[in-house]
Design a protein around this ligand. Structure first.
Ligand SMILES: C[S@@+](CC[C@H](N)C(=O)[O-])C[C@H]1O[C@@H](n2cnc3c(N)ncnc32)[C@H](O)[C@@H]1O
Length: 433
């Protein structure tokens, strides 16, 4: 992409576009210095910016950390495939919040600029239906657009998707879909991503908002009984929800009398992920929570603010996202332990016992001797987001040096008590293998 300017873009979208005033209160010269306040005119007009972008919310910071850290890892490693890389941010917003913090487009473009591009081109496509957001975004990204890292933003995510599928046939594609709600995530549209040639690397990170799902499927309350939910569902925007969810299977879940609000959330998100798993072998939900408890309240389990659904065909990608997501959620997970007498972590957020994870490590090595990175890629997908790679490293050390359940090929070790990533590990002593 960096080799292509915006000239190669079909005129179709540009020619139909109206010109609106720029959505800024003051001259742009003092607006775009990193970290400074941005003087947007807020409102819903075409030359204004949605009040949503006034200041970044705490949960958006968690989401941005996940996007930024993952894109950074992604760009470092995916270059090895030696194919052009295209990142699509389908619901991009103006690029910067009013409080000066970077929005996803800037986070992505900055990560690209900070990456040594090697021999492959890296580029991105953005889209936003709101003209005020597009105008602001073009100015935020002016330097990146000039350098050919990005094209001008598209008017709708479906256009950016079409463009990506057209120009990216041989590229590695990453899609970030972060709409306000869920109505724009029609499954048939998103499926165009999933159905791409499986020989090419394709990944998605989708913001799935269960609270919007609740609203659209009947605005039932957390405490509503299954029969109350059932009545409300009848009056809801059922067709839209069906199109997003790829069917009406969700109705049986939300009206199941044995589910409380937490069980409903888990079941709906899991069922949605099952649909995506028909296309991607690895699909996970990263719950981004509201930190709504006061300092003195006993922390409890709550619905997630939203889930980031991550889909990939690559075990290595799972390993990277595992650490990125675990680290980003650490402040939330730690509040169930830090300064408390007992571990109050809700059951669904608890990590599997280390003994069970060790068992899986030994099982993997029993099939054939493996290197440490291979073990990570086999075991981490089974325990996504429960332990960091450094924890697996420690467990492998314990299995080898304390418990005598793994046997290292000593000829590859530089020191007697230190494994490295080139050390083959076996479940039997080497003479017997
Ligand atoms: C949650 S915001 C995105 C925030 C952005 N990811 C960030 O970090 O700054 C959702 C954006 O999607 C835009 N939008 C809504 N419908 C859209 C569509 N069909 N195609 C593209 N953008 C859309 C909205 O105008 C809004 O700017």
């Amino acid at each position: 992409m960096s080799s292509r300017g915006s000239d190669s873009r079909p005129n179709l979208f540009l020619s139909t576009r109206k010109i609106y005033k720029a959505p800024f209160v003051r001259a742009e010269s003092n607006i775009f210095t990193s970290g400074r306040l941005v003087n947007y005119r807020y409102g819903s007009g075409p030359d204004e910016v949605d009040a949503f972008f006034n200041a970044k919310k705490p949960w958006s910071k968690v989401k941005d950390k996940i996007v930024g850290d993952y894109i950074h890892c992604y760009l470092q490693t995916i270059q090895r495939l030696e194919r052009p890389i295209l990142i699509v941010d389908g619901f991009s917003g103006p690029g910067r919040f009013g409080d000066g913090t970077a929005g996803s487009p800037l986070i992505i473009c900055d990560a690209i600029s900070a990456t040594d591009k090697g021999r492959v081109g890296i580029g991105c496509l953005f889209a936003d239906t709101h003209p005020g957001h597009r105008t602001a975004l073009e100015r935020t990204l002016v330097e990146h657009i000039k350098r050919g890292v990005s094209e001008k933003p598209f008017d709708d995510w479906s256009e950016a998707l079409t463009r990506a599928l057209e120009v990216g046939t041989n590229s590695t594609l990453f899609f970030y879909l972060d709409p306000y709600g869920i109505k724009d995530l029609e499954f048939d549209m998103v499926k165009r991503i999933y159905e791409r040639d499986p020989r090419r690397s394709t990944e998605v990170l989708i913001n799935f908002n269960f609270r919007t799902f609740m609203r659209m499927s009947g605005n039932w309350g957390y405490g509503d009984s299954a029969s109350e939910v059932s009545l409300k569902v009848k009056a809801a925007k059922v067709d839209t929800v069906n199109r997003v969810m790829d069917g009406d299977y969700w109705k049986a879940i939300v009206t199941n009398p044995s589910f409380d609000k937490i069980a409903r959330e888990d079941a709906v998100v899991n069922a949605y992920m099952e649909r995506v798993r028909r296309f991607f072998p690895f699909v996970y939900a990263i719950p981004v929570q509201d930190k709504n408890e006061t300092e003195y309240a006993v922390p409890g389990d709550e619905l997630a603010r939203y889930h980031l659904i991550f889909g990939t065909r690559s075990r290595r990608a799972v390993r990277y996202m595992n650490d990125v997501a675990r680290n980003a959620l650490a402040p939330y997970l730690n509040k169930f332990k830090d300064g408390l007498l007992f571990d109050m972590t809700p059951e669904r957020r608890q990590s599997a016992p280390r003994d069970l994870v060790k068992e899986e490590i030994v099982k993997a090595v029993t099939v054939k001797p493996l290197l440490r990175p291979d073990i990570y890629e086999i075991v981490i997908p089974k325990f996504f987001m429960q332990y960091l790679v450094k924890d697996y490293h420690k467990m492998i050390d314990e299995l080898t040096f304390k418990e005598g359940r793994l046997y290292p090929d000593r000829s590859t070790m530089h020191r007697k008590t230190q494994l490295n990533d080139k050390t083959l590990l076996s479940a039997k002593p080497w003479g017997i293998v």
